[in-house]
Design a protein around this ligand. Structure first.
Ligand code: F6P
Length: 505
């Protein structure tokens, strides 16, 4: 990191610390500084960061940091398809899946989307028989995105029943297939590399399940979603049912590519296109809005302030909407796999905290489980609330009113606190939160929301100087697991050897 950036960090760390209540009292314009309603693809999203400790002085310093870390230039390179993923010598082209990037990449993504749409149409028209179920097999980025989006948007869909299976634990596959008829099931094998052990083992067992269920040609009911089409073909999948995507789309950024096939199956092609349109609107905002009003960047400023200056080791995310209950799981991979790194792009030590631990849950349930610690524990944990203005169900509107009032009340309570003569009953307050309010849980809004998190993760990485697009840290465990099968317990440390023996492996 440059001396200039170090000096700015020093001055941010030395900035006067004021309580949230004092910040509100001092600045009547605080909402216009930190709460912005951003118009996006026919809807809009309200991002309220006014209950964080950012103020105009801190914003100005973070803008200087952005200058010192070349955030604008790095963003422009990223969005134009330059090779920003330096350790793997390639670009990070998920925005091309939404229409932004190098011309060739956008054209190629468009044609791959058209190919996928044609396959979805063919399945709809019965070319593969009477398909009713889709078994999507993938793990990590090849599962979490589709799972989140389908759970959020396809609850009322009468198109196909979709199950997403990730875990190599056979319980996961067995639960998923229990309700499916093998003859009417299409199996989508989702793997960027087409080498992931868990996915290929689940796929093999799914084929076996179809065979045992009387399907004569199970391979005729397989679709591959991959950046390694040759490997899928070697595995026995017919070329016409291999839906490729670009090697430059990272796993945790891949829901926009053919990895989103089950989303298109459940939502229809138009719904999947609308989901990408929402993300494209966020791309345009990220590409052009001034940093102090650029929501992914402003959110990254808040993230860095808490992780780097206030020593917060975790960040909590609560979806106050059952439909978005999988968002914390999705964000865990996005943020922790991207920015959980101790070295910078140039290989030098980061020398400061990396991304905090992302965790969370769903409101109002979490209020009755973990919020005690948020209000009165000794940890300072920035909290993020995500809610939708409109309900999706048809029960009394009192449900949704209660949901939203609880959400907003928690943010107010964390900030206000409450004095009491009884220390057990006093709340310190001054605890930060941000609230993101979308209009409704629809494809455009969800697409924009997910893209917001992607770009926030990118901005965090650039401001720290790290590469968010590789994930070498996940390899060692995989290597050891692979080698375990062929080795004696004596080859391992005493604890691991004893576990191998105890399990009878
Ligand atoms: O183990 C981590 C990881 O490589 C993730 O980055 C990725 O999303 C996941 O495994 C699945 O990989 P693949 O899509 O190649 O099967």
């Amino acid at each position: 990191m440059s001396d200039q950036a170090d000096a700015i960090w020093q001055s941010i760390a030395n900035s006067p610390r004021q309580t949230l209540s004092a910040l509100f009292e001092q600045d009547p314009e605080r909402l216009s500084l930190l709460a912005h309603r951003i118009p996006l693809a026919g809807t809009d999203i309200l991002f309220d960061f006014s209950k964080t400790h950012l103020d105009s002085a801190l914003l100005a310093q973070f803008e200087q940091l952005a200058g010192a870390m070349h955030l604008a230039g790095m963003r422009d390179q990223f969005l134009s398809g330059a090779k920003i993923n330096s350790s793997e010598d390639r670009s990070a082209e998920h925005p091309a899946e939404r229409g932004m990037g190098a011309v060739d990449s956008v054209e190629s993504a468009n044609s791959l989307h058209a190919r996928m749409a044609a396959l979805v149409d063919a399945i709809d028209q019965g070319v593969f028989g009477e398909i009713k179920h889709v078994l999507h097999i993938g793990i990590g980025g090849s599962a979490l995105g589709p799972k989140l989006v389908i759970d959020a948007l396809c609850r009322d869909s009468d198109r196909y029943d979709i199950a997403v299976v990730a875990n190599v634990d056979g319980e996961a596959l067995s639960e998923a297939v229990a309700k499916f008829d093998p003859a009417r099931t299409l199996v989508a094998i989702a793997s960027k590399t087409f080498t992931t052990t868990e996915t290929l083992m689940n796929a093999t067992s799914a084929i076996e399940w179809m065979r045992e269920g009387g399907v004569e040609d199970p391979y005729g009911q397989l679709v591959a979603l991959t950046a390694a089409p040759d490997k899928a073909a070697e595995w026995g999948i017919d070329e016409t049912r291999i839906l490729p995507f670009s090697e430059t789309v990272g796993g945790r950024y891949s829901v926009w590519s053919s990895i989103g096939f089950p989303v298109a199956m459940a939502l229809g092609n138009d719904g999947f296109a609308a989901f990408r349109e929402g993300a494209a609107a966020m791309d345009a905002h990220f590409a052009s809005a001034p940093f102090a009003r650029n929501m992914p960047v402003l959110a990254a400023f808040a993230d860095l302030y808490y992780a780097q200056v206030r020593g917060c080791q975790t960040r909590a995310v609560f979806a106050y909407d059952e439909r978005m209950r999988l968002l914390p799981d999705y964000l865990q991979q996005l943020e922790m796999e991207s920015n959980g790194k101790a070295v910078r792009r140039d290989g030098t030590a980061l020398g400061r905290p990396s991304a905090p631990v992302t965790w969370g849950g769903v409101g109002t349930d979490a209020q009755h489980a973990v919020f005690q610690l948020l209000h009165q524990g000794t940890h300072l944990i920035p909290v993020e609330f995500i809610a939708a203005r409109l309900a999706g169900h048809e029960f009394d509107e009192a449900h949704h009113r209660a949901l939203l009032t609880n959400c907003f009340a928690q943010g107010a309570a964390l900030m206000q606190g409450k004095a009491s003569d009884d220390p057990q009953r006093s709340y310190p307050g001054d605890r930060p939160s941000a609230t993101i309010l979308i209009d409704s849980v629809d494809p455009q809004s969800l697409g924009a929301l997910i893209a917001f998190y992607e770009h926030r993760t990118f901005a965090n990485a650039m401001l720290l100087g790290i590469n968010p697009f590789d994930q070498f840290g996940v390899e060692l465990g995989k290597e050891i697991a692979k080698s375990m099968g062929n080795r004696q317990s004596g080859d391992f440390d005493p604890s691991t050897a004893a576990l191998i023996d105890a399990a009878g492996l």
